[in-house]
Every structure is written in C-alpha cells, then in structure tokens.
Design a protein around this ligand. Structure first.
Ligand code: KDG
Ligand code: MG
Length: 402
C-alpha cells in the first residue's frame, strides 16, 4: 500500500479543529487530529507546507519509521506545533492500519485489558450550591468520577468555570480576553468547596480538581494538605511544570495524588516527574504528545514507576483524539482514567463516531480503525473562526508568573 496524498481540513463546528486526512492507493484513508487550541492554523501550515510533501509514496504501514522520520529528520525536535502535526500523521496511520486489517486500533495495541475506560466529567458552578447541583446531575447521568470547579468569591471570572448556562469552553472567539486572578482568595476557598462537595457527593464518587498551573510549589503543598480530608482522586496541574523538581517539594508535604501534563508535548517533559515518582497520573495526550506511537513509549516507561495515564480530554481535542485515547486506554495496562467533556451536537455531526458512554465508562467501539468518520461537506460550511484562550493577570495587573 502507498500513500497517494493527504490534506488538512480546518473547520469550526462550534469550535476550531485541525484534521488531517491521509489517502492511499487502495482507497483506504485515515484521519488524524492536529488541533492546538488558539494555534490551529500553525499546525495546519506545518502539515501542508512541510509534512505532506514528504508522505506521498510512503508505505502507511511503516508507522514507527514515519514517526522517527518526522521527529528526527526535521532536525528541530519537540514543541507543540511540531508534535501535534506528527500526532495527526501518526493517528491517521493507525486508523489506516486498523481499517486495512479490519480490526479496531485497540487490537493493534495488544487487545482489550478491561471492559471500558473509567471517565470523569466536569461539574462547574458559579458558587458552591451550583457546583453541588452540577455534581448531582452528573451522578444522575451515571458518572463515577467528577471534577469539581466553582467560581472563587471576589474573582470575577475564574478560568475553567463557564458562564451561567453555557457549556465549558475556555477559548473565546475574537482576540484574547483578560481576567484577574487572586491566589490568596483561591487557597482560602478551595477547601471550603471540597468540604461541601464531598459531603454532598458521598464517599464513593471519585472527586478531582484542576488548579490550572496557578500556584507555586509551596502553595500547592498547602492546598494538597488542606484537601486531604476530602480524599481527592487527584489534584491537577498544581504548578507549571517547566521546573520539574518543583513537584518534589509538593510531594514532601501531601499525599493528595497529583496529575499533570496536558500541556506537555514530549516524553522528555515528564521524564524526571515519572522516574522520581513525583506524580501519579500523566495527562499528556495523544494529539499534543506526538501520537499513539509516542504515548505508548511514555506509558510503558511510566508503568515501571507506578504512574498511570489520565489523558486530557477537553472539547478542544477532537472526537478523533477521543477515539484514539479510548483505544489506547482500553489496551494498555497502566490506564488510570480518561477525561470526558462531551462535544456539542454539531461537532459530533461533523465527526460521527463509534465510541459510547454507559455507567461511568466509555468504550471505543469495534469498528475497524478508530471508528470516527468526517462529514466533509458539513465541515466545509463551518469555516475557521479566530479564537484564543484567555490571559490572566494578578489583581495589581501583573501578568501571572505561571
Ligand atoms: O485548551 C485548554 C483546555 O483544554 C484546558 O483548559 C482544559 O484544563 C483543562 C482540562 O483539564 O480539561
Ligand atoms: Mg486541566
């Protein structure tokens, strides 16, 4: 089999997605996601101008070799744009191989290790009572694990907490908005939130919380300690992770489990975190971490150090990445949990998919390949819309130091 061509499709079914389609001489094609929130066109250009010309004529079954060719051959390694582009190629090739061999991708990764992937949902509220209502709604939907966030009193717009009645969507159309943040107010508020949420949710539900990299290590240590009575499944992204040894300080003070890595794009971002057992869950996911080929190596390394996966699964990761993550999570031994933030109905119409949710678990389905299609005619009616993630400043106007 030979690759005959590839093209990038940028579409905006309520939010922007960058998709790669690779075609072969046997009529089989594969889809890969290259979406990088707020920088979608950079990946599209990287693929169109620099990667696609190198793919034509290659054997699509040579997935490892093509991955190494794109990673090592470019000379310039790593970085979110490069790695998202490589991921788009890699995932499309796994899709092609599954379709060609008439088997779901999870079978190519070793076969199912479990009946489904435990997922966590998002419960949000502008205040504690609203957050508790949202927790109850998600329990009623069957979720067994729920991330809880609420507006911090005195902070007018808390990142990751949607405005009333709106779905979670951190990117906003137009140029970046700016908001103000107070670490002091947040550190006082978070234990109060979890005291109320744990008492409302009961002890069986797994509770998670995302700090969005907003603390210093000693502040994160204090937060982790103050949340211990509420038995969190994890505290996510407590600090920015460029300084990997910052996590050592957090670990010295708290037994609250730690997840990090949704902004990582390479195994090397997590190397020290894993080998020192400073984290419990790795969030770097397939689209931003360089694809299934790269994540398999990272997950296998992590398994030696008791670190499990807890992949990022926000709506800016397309249904193609969701499907890839579910095939991956079903197969590997050290799967921990998968984030599930459902896409809008319009996004699901552009990307019809075989994966399903029931009773707290998701399953990728048994369609050959990834089990995701793309309605290109519908996608063509929904052009790219400029959108950015918000920028945060401290109360005195200083840009935050994270
Ligand atoms: O693009 C940024 C979002 O994906 C991010 O804000 C979501 O932190 C997030 C999460 O944990 O889902
Ligand atoms: Mg997060």
């Amino acid at each position: 089999m030979k690759i005959t061509g590839a093209r990038v499709i940028v579409t905006s079914p309520d939010r922007n997605f960058t998709t790669l389609r690779i075609d072969t001489d046997e009529g089989i094609y594969g889809l890969g996601d290259g979406t990088l929130n707020g920088r979608e066109l950079a990946v599209a250009s990287y693929l169109t101008e620099h990667v696609i010309p190198c793919l034509v004529g290659r054997d699509p079954f040579a997935i490892e070799d093509i991955w190494q060719y794109l990673y090592r051959g470019a000379y310039w390694r790593r970085g979110p744009v490069t790695m998202s582009a490589i991921a788009a190629v890699d995932v499309a090739l796994w899709d092609i191989k599954g379709k060609a061999l008439n088997t779901p991708v999870y079978n190519l990764l070793g076969g199912a290790s479990r009946h489904g992937c435990l997922v966590y949902a998002h419960a949000n509220g502008s205040d504690i009572p609203e957050a508790i209502d949202s927790i109850q709604q998600h329990i009623d939907l069957g979720y067994l694990a729920i991330r809880a966030q609420a507006g911090v009193p005195g902070v007018s717009s808390s990142y990751g907490v949607p405005k009333a009645g709106k779905p979670y969507e951190p990117a906003e159309r137009g140029l970046p908005t700016e908001s103000l943040w107070s670490t002091e107010k947040y550190l006082r508020f978070a234990p109060r939130l979890f005291e109320a949420v744990r008492s409302a949710a009961g002890e069986e539900i797994h509770l998670l919380h995302d700090v969005h990299h907003r603390l210093t290590p000693i502040q994160a240590a204090r937060l982790g300690k103050s949340l211990e009575p509420y038995d969190l499944f994890w505290m996510e992204d407590p600090v920015p992770a460029e300084l990997q040894e910052g996590f050592a300080l957090i670990r010295q003070h708290t037994t609250t489990p730690i997840a990090t890595g949704e902004v990582f794009n390479s195994f090397h971002d997590a190397h020290d975190l894993i080998r020192n057992q400073w984290i419990d869950y790795l969030r770097m996911t397939i689209v931003h971490g360089g694809g299934i080929t790269a994540l398999k190596k990272a997950a296998d390394f992590a398994s030696v150090y008791h670190v499990k996966t807890g992949f990022h699964g926000a709506t800016d990761l397309s249904p193609i990445t969701m499907a890839a993550a579910l095939h991956f999570g079903l197969a590997i031994h050290n799967f921990g949990i998968q984030e599930h933030m459902p896409h809008t109905a319009l996004t699901d119409s552009v990307f019809p998919h075989a994966y399903t949710f029931a009773d707290g678990y998701m399953h990728p389905g048994d369609a050959p390949g990834l089990g995701v299609e793309m309605d290109e005619a519908l996608a063509a009616t929904l052009p790219y819309q400029r959108a950015y993630l918000p920028v945060a400043r401290q109360m005195d106007g200083t840009l935050t130091d994270w």
